[in-house]
Write a protein of this length. Structure first.
Length: 249
């Protein structure tokens, strides 16, 4: 690190659990953020501010007026822009040293096969089960840690899938692909504005913990946040013996 970096990240370096060694891990990391909406809008700026060396943003959508209630990477003059372009502008203003790759497309297995071999951790900030299962399967395949978040109405959830740890559960252990779940989206059900900020910020914290090795991540646990009561619950998760994605891994 040069003098400017030592000064910029001094508050991290002062933390004994991070220090210079941990900050250098952050600076050399590559984080893939899938979804530049509400969750991504909270997670990506903290990763950028913390000094993550490279952030790859993946999203196929454009900024809409209804997004501005909660998606704080985007501004009024961003309406109509690709979300990844709007987000890239914001992140590079926040930290000019950051390398941001903006991919305006839907996430695919082929894209993840290309990206994940050089990825430190993935953040799933999407809003549908199809994408979450696709991302989970790719992360298990490439043994890349995944921080998965979700938020709808007043309810949020968060977990970490770490295929490097043998016998730990994946997303399909919790939500098997062959089971039917109600697909609810904020466009029809609504979402409390700060909720995506809370869960997204927690995703960035979990990602930084995975990168630096600080503390214990939520691997094997599901955190549930009820914004109505400010109630936090944590559920222990276990790998399913017959999981079609991670059993035997």
């Amino acid at each position: 690190m040069n003098d400017q970096e030592l000064l910029r990240y001094s508050r991290h370096i002062l933390l004994d659990d991070i220090g210079i060694e941990g900050q250098e891990k952050i600076l050399s990391s590559h984080v893939v953020v899938i979804g530049a909406g509400g969750l991504g809008s909270a997670a990506a700026p903290y990763l950028a501010a913390a000094g993550v060396g490279k952030i790859t943003l993946i999203d196929h959508d454009v900024v809409d007026l209804t997004n501005l209630q909660r998606q704080i990477m985007h501004k009024q003059n961003s309406i109509g822009m690709p979300k990844v372009s709007s987000a890239k502008n914001m992140l590079q203003e926040l930290n000019p040293n950051l390398n941001v790759v903006a991919l305006e497309q839907k996430v695919t297995a082929e894209l993840l096969d290309e990206l994940l071999p050089s990825t430190t951790v993935v953040l799933d900030c999407t809003d549908n089960f199809t994408s979450r299962h696709l991302i989970n399967a790719a992360c298990v395949k490439h043994k890349v840690p995944l921080v998965s978040g979700a938020a709808i109405r007043f309810d949020g959830q968060l977990t970490v899938i770490d295929p490097r740890q043998k016998g730990t559960p994946c997303y399909a252990c919790l939500f098997p692909k062959d089971q039917k779940f109600d697909e609810v989206q904020c466009s029809t059900m609504g979402v409390f504005s700060p909720l995506v900020g809370i869960i997204g910020a927690m995703q960035s914290a979990q990602a930084l913990q995975v990168i630096t090795g600080v503390g214990k991540s939520l691997c094997g646990k599901l955190l549930l946040w009820d914004a109505r009561s400010t109630q936090i619950d944590t559920i222990e998760l276990h790998q399913r013996d017959n999981c079609e994605v991670c059993s035997g891994s």
